[in-house]
Design a binder for this molecule. Sequence first.
Ligand SMILES: Cc1ncc(COP(=O)(O)O)c(C=O)c1O
Length: 341
Amino acid sequence: MPKSLPVKLPERLHLANLPTPLQSLDRVSELYSFPFNGPKIWVKRDDLTESGMSGNKLRKLEFVTAEALRRDCDTLITCGGIQSNHCRTTALVGARLGLKVHLLLRGESDVAVDGNLLLDHLAGAEITIYPRSEYAGNLSRIFTQWREEYLARGRRPFGIPTGASDGLGIWGYLAAARELIEDCNTLGFEPEHIVCATGSGGTQAGLTLGCRLLQVKAGVTGYAVCDDAGYFQDKVREDIRHWKGLTGNDIDLKSLKVHVNAKHIGPGYGEADPAIYQTISEVAKLEGLLLDPVYTGKAFHGLLQDLSNGKYVGCHNLIFVHTGGQFALFPHRQNFPFQRV
Ligand SMILES: Cc1ncc(COP(=O)(O)O)c(C=O)c1O
């Protein structure tokens, strides 16, 4: 296996606490994997990249904001759901760097100021909320309108797409793939599988591309939390194609394996079945590990189901990349069946 990525990383800011730990989940493995002849389960703790800025988006934003500063921009504009982890991270990163941040959020304007939205406000981000119907078909027009508005005000805006998932943000998880494989080398194993939650595709795209460039055997599977498998098959390839265009790399996209599991989405984005809340409670008690109901809880629940269905029979080591998102637990508090005593 090559010792380093065969590509030169672009400039990045150092905002995340790296490397994040790679930990074994012994009790989860004992209960949910070993009885089915499955692998040891490991977790890459990217929920520990920072405190408020925690999660996967910080890795992407290290590269994205370096580019924004290189272009001398002073305003970051980005978008997402009302409880977007990406938007919360961008709001805090902008505050840390002294940049204005404008968040274009999808949701209802009378929603409670809780979870990530509370942190967006604390970070001083400007927030515009669009009803779902308006946001869905008009996002690119809304972006253009705000970009022109900021230019007219004499500011220098920099647009970041949903989840910072594109050919620039992908560097975050290309570099993370290298870090993860180095962790595994140190611990003396080669993983057969790497899995993560997939929402806008960039984390999965970076890991998939990284493993390919590092000539690692591990398959990368994204557990989708919205849309369908076909959408992510295309989106992951689109991000890698964009990266190819930016870097001139000649990687063959046709031979790239993109694995998407879209069987555990449940009722839809941001909504979860009771079993997801059950898994979140159980994993917190078993391992002291906090998952969230929108991304990591769904993906982890899907993984546990697949382990018991025999999908990973005969494998030795599987890594779950914990991409953060715990602030979204709070707006979902009513879905956990706890009684006050
Ligand atoms: C906590 C968390 N996990 C996973 C994801 C999925 O990552 P990506 O958008 O790169 O697919 C996101 C964002 O969408 C997230 O906020």
